[in-house]
Design a protein around this ligand. Structure first.
Ligand SMILES: Nc1ncnc2c1ncn2[C@@H]1O[C@H](COP(=O)(O)OP(=O)(O)OP(=O)(O)O)[C@@H](O)[C@H]1O
Ligand SMILES: [Mg+2]
Length: 278
């Protein structure tokens, strides 16, 4: 089934290399939203008293913060600090016990085609092992009225063109991770949420994701990325949010967090002392 033109018109642009005009048939600069050369729509993530309890465990404890567009925000904290739970609540996958997580003032569930607003890579992939990478992405594209041509573009961008026809169950950890990142890019979204994206990637992949995050932020997108690789975060992030035991420990530009410390690792230990798992 072809995607109706009025839906394509909402598609958020080609600035990953794709010429959107062939879908919308709008002249350049006509103000149609999303034409190549226009800036990406900037979206803010707001956490407002965000709290999640699992029984007696307080996984996320009253987070109040904003994640802004145009920069890479690193999301740090020890194992069990509440990073993934926070990201899952932003994505509507876990329901907050109290408080809210909003994207431009609205919850994730309020968006009709959320993959075009927020691209996400989470720990659990949810790819059926019998599906090929290409068919998985095609299904995702269809469900969000994203032009099918985007599938091959993001496969190429993730270095997966040669293996796109292999079943996901046979893929290596790093290939699966690249497929997840390709899925996050599919809707050309203004917000990217990546939970430990370098996990399992080879050195080439680590360098690729570093460059990609910088590029996406440079285009005005909101990039929120959790990671335990502090040396990598030190060269990738502009801004850091650090949590421990579900509580905010720091929300500041990288250079402010680094001030007075020899490395991000030193700064991180000073901040998280006492909140790591024992
Ligand atoms: N579905 C769940 N049921 C019960 N407890 C949970 C559930 N999900 C997370 N938790 C608990 O919530 C806390 C936060 O977990 P979360 O996965 O958000 O941490 P994290 O910061 O992502 O850790 P890591 O760095 O290990 O990925 C932990 O104590 C965890 O055991
Ligand atoms: Mg996690």
């Amino acid at each position: 089934m072809r995607t109706p033109a009025h839906l394509l018109r909402q598609f958020n642009g080609p600035c990953t290399g794709h010429d959107f005009r062939q879908y919308v048939r709008l002249p350049f600069g006509s103000g149609g939203g999303g034409t190549c050369g226009s800036t990406v729509r900037r979206m803010l993530i707001t956490l407002d008293g965000l709290t999640k309890r699992f029984g007696a465990t307080v996984a996320v404890d009253g987070l109040d913060l904003e994640v802004r567009p145009g920069r890479v925000t690193g999301f740090l904290g020890p194992n069990g600090a509440g990073k993934s739970t926070t990201l899952r609540m932003i994505l509507g996958l876990d329901r907050p016990t109290s408080g809210r997580a909003l994207l431009d003032g609205r919850p994730y569930s309020a968006y009709e085609f959320p993959l075009r607003k927020v691209g996400a890579l989470l720990e659990a992939k949810g790819v059926h092992p019998g599906r090929t990478g290409r068919s998985h992405l095609r299904a995702m594209a269809r469900s969000n009225a994203i032009p099918a041509v985007r599938v091959d573009e993001v496969l190429a961008q993730a270095g997966l063109t040669g293996v796109a026809a292999k079943r996901a169950g046979t893929w290596s950890l790093g290939m699966g991770q690249r497929l997840g990142i390709a899925g996050a890019l599919l809707g050309d979204p203004p917000v990217l949420i990546l939970d430990e994206p370098v996990n399992g990637l080879d050195p080439d992949g680590v360098r690729w994701i570093r460059g990609l995050m910088r590029e996406l932020a440079g285009q005005g997108r909101t990039v929120l990325v959790s990671s335990h690789l502090l040396s990598e975060m030190q060269v990738t992030a502009d801004h850091l949010i650090v949590i421990g035991n579900g509580r905010l420990l720091a929300d500041a530009p990288l250079d402010r967090i680094l001030a007075g410390h020899a490395s991000l690792e030193d700064a991180y230990y000073a901040l998280t002392e006492g909140s790591a798992l024992r």
